[in-house]
Design a protein around this ligand. Structure first.
Ligand code: AMP
Ligand code: ZN
Length: 478
């Protein structure tokens, strides 16, 4: 099953939406491999469907770092902090826009870390890149790909002969699919907004076309170019972004800068509930935050990786239970396989353990189900070796399972910590937390702020984090 020496890392093959085929991944510059993934619009908590691209591209990031070296991979995941949904939320709740976006972006970063995702190299915010957006729009105007109409700047789709290449949509489908209300000032129904005017009560920035704000698509063209350059290796996101978002990003970036925006386009399939895409608008969603109150982040992560990223993923709580049981089994196999071993010796064995089979799976278009199956085989092998009295072999496989699991973002806790957390040992249960949250609220109402802070600190010491928002206090296990 495993060879004693570390095998060479296989070159990755990825499915490219642009070519509709799996092909060898060849970076433009192997000393500077660059990936951009569209991040969240920060007006509300992320649901577990939103977490799917984060966890999937986190594994791509980990694989690229292993193949090309940590210092040679740059991963950009943006934060969209200007959008009409955010303005709408502000009008509904009265909370300041900056407060909504700061609070939601912080929650997003914390939630994604709790799912074992590494922080991207850069997390640019749209509002910090308005001058770059204006500059791209000016280039498009100068090149004849855009026009100004009634305070708006629009991209003129017929000016780009390559438009539609990514999605493969015909012109009729583009117009129908764009679902844009065909404003009278549009020269063509498929034209889309680069810049739009802001009313006095809406956020806006000074521009050559008056006070206004950017369209969504131009944000990613400007932020990717600012942090990765005009041409980079991988662009990712959920399947729903292929059209119109990514099609429009390509049109803007390639008309403004020339060359291919990204060489490889990767898209994850939907997370579905009873066959329907999980989404805020359908109301069939579970926030990551709520799930983290009940399930370990690693169980959520494993559920997301047990299905191949391009296939639909059916979300059920039973799936989470199975994922947690699966993690229990890995932990138990490592615990038993390494029993009697000095901790430092075991850690040293983990560092040199082979991960070739794991990497071969990941290099094959991110075959995470294959990788998980490989870890399950290792666990079975450990139990078999122990049953045969082959303790030394069991130890070697335990180190291999631990190395592979950690590479995938699992097994961050020791078995004793893991099982203690699961039994509720040490951590308060949900009923107790809710009770303390209510007591804290009562203390605050009575202006006993020191008492309220004491409750917050006590919960923090027991691994529970409280967050105050416009709808009250929420909690999560930290
Ligand atoms: P949004 O905030 O809706 O723009 O979504 C952020 C990211 O989550 C995008 O990459 C979407 O494609 C992705 N996404 C949203 N809903 C789902 C879902 N149900 N399954 C998988 N990915 C999704
Ligand atoms: Zn984007």
């Amino acid at each position: 099953m495993s060879s004693p020496s570390k095998p060479a890392v296989p070159s990755p093959q990825f499915h490219n939406t642009l070519t509709r085929a799996k092909g060898a991944f060849v970076p433009i510059d192997p000393t500077r491999v660059r990936m951009y993934v569209c991040g969240p619009t920060v007006y509300d908590y992320a649901h577990i469907g939103n977490a799917r691209p984060v966890v999937v591209f986190d594994v791509v990031f980990r694989l690229l770092r292993r193949v090309y070296g940590d210092a040679h991979v740059t991963y950009v995941r943006n934060i969209t902090d200007i959008d009409d949904k955010i303005i709408q939320r502000h009008l509904e709740s009265g909370e300041a826009i900056e407060e909504i976006t700061r609070r939601t972006a912080d929650a997003y970063v914390a939630d994604m870390r709790a799912l074992g995702a590494l922080d991207p190299s850069v997390q640019p915010r749209a509002t910090a890149h308005i001058p770059e957006m204006i500059a791209v729009i000016e280039r498009l105007l100068a090149a004849g790909n855009a026009y100004v109409a009634e305070g708006h700047v629009l991209f003129h789709v017929p000016s780009d002969a390559d438009y539609g290449r990514l999605s493969g949509r015909s012109r009729d489908e583009q117009i129908a699919g764009a679902r844009v209300d065909v404003a009278p000032y549009k020269r063509d129904p498929a034209d889309f907004v680069l810049w739009k005017p802001s009313a006095p009560h809406q956020p806006g920035w000074a521009s050559p076309w008056g006070r206004g704000r950017p369209g969504w698509h131009i944000e990613c063209s400007a932020m990717s170019a600012a942090h990765l350059g005009a041409n980079f290796d991988i662009h990712g996101g959920g399947h729903d972004l292929i059209f119109p978002h990514h099609e429009n990003e390509i049109a803007q970036s390639e008309c403004a800068h020339g060359g291919a925006m990204a060489h490889t386009w990767m898209h994850n399939g939907f997370l579905v509930v009873n066959g329907e895409k999980m989404s805020k608008s359908l109301g069939n969603f579970f926030t990551v935050r709520d799930l983290l109150g009940k399930w370990p982040g690693e169980a959520i992560r494993l559920l997301l990786l047990k299905t191949h990223y391009r296939a639909p993923l059916d979300f059920t709580e039973d799936g989470l239970r199975q994922a947690r049981d699966n993690l229990d089994r890995w932990q138990r196999a490592i615990q038993r396989g390494s029993a009697g071993m000095d901790k430092a010796d075991f850690e040293a064995a983990v560092v040199v353990a082979p991960t070739g089979d794991l990497l071969a799976n990941l290099a094959d278009d991110l075959n995470t189900p294959g990788a998980v199956a490989h870890l399950n085989v290792l666990a079975t092998t450990i139990f078999d070796e122990l049953a045969r009295g082959e303790d030394a072999r069991a130890r070697a496989f335990a180190a291999e399972l631990c190395a592979a699991g950690r590479f995938l973002g699992f097994l961050s806790r020791s078995a004793s910590e893991w099982f203690a957390g699961e039994d509720g040992g040490g951590g308060p249960d949900a009923a107790e937390i809710e009770g303390l949250v209510a007591s804290r609220l009562a203390a605050r109402k009575a202006k006993d702020f020191a008492g309220a802070d004491r409750i917050r600190d006590e919960l923090k010491a027991r691994g529970v984090i409280l967050e105050d928002g416009p709808k009250g206090t929420t909690w999560r296990r930290g």
